[in-house]
Design a protein around this ligand. Structure first.
Ligand SMILES: *Cc1c(COP(=O)(O)O)cnc(C)c1O
Ligand code: SF4
Length: 336
């Protein structure tokens, strides 16, 4: 297969440029995938509240001409999103409003969550974020100072989690400044970053970013988000190797999604492939019941059956914990 020149060019660009060139137009994405739009259950209306957004790196992992590709299904706006399902609501986890106000969430013991940005490099159709048009949310300088002071004053906090949105959308100089400030806080043991970028936009793992993490006096944990083995291409391998070789501890979290990864074989392949990269499978989340995502739901009994099959097949360290987020709860609920 020959790779078109513009695609080769695209991957030579820096990550910001690659991000700017992400697919935001359904016709262009379908064209690239050699799919006729009228053969797909596309909903243009669904993009009004939650746009299409797919980096070329992620699209390049999809199978051309396959309308049921498990990666395509994660990002293609479809008619099912407009259906209502009982029990699905706009803020199923229940703490978004408060986080966006302050930029900080202190609900887990010993850990605080910082929300640095509201946007992502990819728009996953199953995400609860889809109902919050908070793309412009930023932890501004003033707020950042207040947040750092608050962490400094609370010695019960031993871990800071950078979350979002996607915290790796911050540029290197902002991230470096933030991490250097956190390094100064004596009672902090760990800095944890939750990001889908190492998977969907691996160019984000720049030398400067790696150096910042390497120089941190805290243990650094990076939790990536990968749902299917097909998401892992050579560029992702390179990015994860660079992280691993810098003593960053890597975990993965996935969401269990109908039509994407709801088979034991798919889940086993994902765990195996991640582990080859030095990424440990951590959580397998049941879907958050957000409006517009009902068609992704895997019933809990099916989820339990699947994870039992995975456990019967793989060594224990390759079996992610099946968890769910409960409104108001101060930790995740383990299902298995
Ligand atoms: C679950 C969760 C946490 C806490 O994670 P643990 O790994 O259970 O400590 C932090 N942030 C987000 C967004 C979560 O969903
Ligand atoms: S928060 Fe995660 S799941 Fe949601 S759109 Fe962003 S990358 Fe996707």
């Amino acid at each position: 297969m020959t790779i078109p020149q513009h695609e080769i060019q695209h991957f030579c660009n820096n990550w910001q440029q690659q991000l700017a060139e992400a697919f935001t137009n359904i016709d262009e994405l379908c064209d690239y995938l050699q799919l006729a739009t009228d053969t797909l259950p596309i909903s243009f209306a669904a993009t009004e509240s939650f746009a299409l957004r797919v980096p070329l790196n992620f699209a390049s992992c999809m199978e051309k001409g396959n309308p049921n590709d498990p990666l395509l299904r994660q990002v293609l706006p479809v008619k099912d999103e407009l259906l209502t399902y009982p029990g699905f609501k706009s803020d199923p986890v229940g703490d978004l409003a408060s986080v966006t106000e302050t930029g900080i969430l202190h609900k887990y013991q010993g850990r605080v969550l910082l929300i640095n940005t509201g946007s992502c490099a990819i728009n996953c159709r199953y995400c609860f974020r889809r109902n919050f048009p908070y793309a412009d949310l930023q932890l501004g300088k003033q707020k950042e100072i207040a947040v750092i002071e608050a962490i400094q004053e609370d010695i019960s906090i031993n871990e800071v989690i950078l979350s979002g949105g996607d915290p790796l959308l911050l540029n290197d100089s902002r991230l470096t400044r933030l991490i250097m400030q956190l390094n100064e806080i004596k009672h902090l043991k760990r800095i944890r970053i939750h990001s889908r970028l190492p998977i969907v936009l691996p160019a984000r793992i720049t030398d400067e970013f790696i150096n910042t993490l390497k120089q941190s006096s805290k243990q650094v944990i990076l939790i990536v988000h990968c749902n299917h083995a097909n998401e892992i291409n050579d560029r992702v391998v390179t990015a994860c190797n660079a992280l691993k070789n810098s003593n960053i501890i890597l975990f993965n979290q996935s969401v269990l999604l109908k039509g994407v990864n709801d088979s034991a074989q798919t889940l086993c392949e994902l765990s195996e492939k991640l582990f080859c990269l030095g990424v440990i499978p951590y959580y397998l989340h049941l879907l958050d019941k957000a409006t517009g995502t009902g068609h992704f739901e895997v019933p809990i009994n099916d989820a339990l059956r699947l994870i039992s099959q995975v456990q019967a097949t793989l060594p224990g360290y390759l079996v992610p914990k099946l968890v769910t987020e409960q409104e108001g709860a101060t930790s995740k609920q383990y299902i298995f």
